[in-house]
Design a protein around this ligand. Structure first.
Ligand SMILES: Nc1ncnc2c1ncn2[C@@H]1O[C@H](COP(=O)(O)OP(=O)(O)OP(=O)(O)O)[C@@H](O)[C@H]1O
Length: 263
């Protein structure tokens, strides 16, 4: 469960693409151990927000702090090394690799091996490879697909490829995992499995920030939610508070009836 320690602080984050302000002075804090959702209509700026937090896109203004250290303007690999990892909206598995090899690529940050030592096949390399393989197997076990370790990734059903992505993210030993629309394309059974995995990993101490359109999942697993619309934060709170926030309901309403908004 979440504590009181702030692990991620987003302060007035802003992104301009030419004349378009995709994210406009958005601020929020994520506490250690939280499951924190970022929601909003299409084009609201959610992915752009993730891209700035992970250093994929430079910020136009504002700051990102992780464990009280400023991450703004750091490179993606430095941010990953600090303990933040992510998955993307579209599946990003290496389809020509086995499942375990995919997860092992996630562990590269913790590896001492470089191309020279690997080329020389020093004993230390073999030892390290073994360690990484063990770690990868543990990560696969955490998401419940260790029995598929030696399958070719592309042969896995979509839901298992999602779990594979999460295992690979976990292999870099992060403290915070950002998930961009993790439920997209999953059938109800696959969604339930993924929710179980997220809850289990959180029980083991992981913090999650996720962007999601599936409101049932958002409302059932999030501790807190931030809502963005047109790049601006329009609401923040627990699922109950979000349900009752008139600005949020209006942003989602369009021509629909209120009771259908979070159905
Ligand atoms: N590289 C870019 N260049 C120009 N405009 C961009 C770029 N990336 C995003 N945008 C614009 O910024 C706004 C926010 O986009 P973003 O993808 O962050 O929204 P989103 O909330 O993630 O949407 P969705 O839910 O549809 O994935 C949109 O108007 C989009 O067209």
């Amino acid at each position: 469960m979440s504590g009181e320690k702030v692990i991620l602080k987003v302060e007035n984050l802003t992104k301009k693409f030419g004349g378009v302000t995709a994210v406009n002075q958005v601020s929020f804090d994520v506490k250690e151990g939280e499951i924190f959702a970022v929601i909003g209509p299409n084009g609201a700026g959610k992915t752009t927000l993730f891209n700035m937090i992970t250093g994929v896109l430079p910020v136009s203004a504002g700051e990102v702090f992780f464990e009280n250290k400023k991450l703004t303007r750091k490179k993606p690999y430095q941010i990953a090394k600090a303990g933040i990892t992510r998955t993307f909206q579209n599946l990003e598995v290496f389809s020509n690799m086995s499942v375990i090899e995919n997860v092992m690529t996630g562990a590269h940050l913790t590896m001492k091996t470089n191309l020279l030592t690997a080329g020389l096949r020093l004993p230390s390399v073999t030892k390290e490879e073994l360690k990484i393989m063990e770690l990868a197997m543990e990560c696969l076990d955490r998401v419940g697909i260790s029995h598929l370790a030696h399958e070719l990734s592309i042969t896995l059903p979509y839901g298992n490829q999602r779990l594979l992505e999460i295992a690979r993210a976990a292999a870099s030993n992060p403290k915070l995992i950002l998930l961009d629309e993790p439920m997209a394309g999953l059938n109800p059974e696959e969604s339930r499995k993924l929710v179980d995995v997220i809850l289990k990993m959180r029980a083991d101490g992981m913090t999650f920030v996720f962007v999601e359109h599936d409101m049932e999942t958002v409302m059932s697993i999030s501790d807190r939610i931030v809502v963005v619309d047109n790049g601006v934060k329009i609401g923040e709170g627990t699922p109950d508070e979000i349900y009752q926030n008139p600005k949020v309901v209006a942003a989602y309403l369009g021509d629909e009836e209120e009771e259908e908004v979070f159905a």
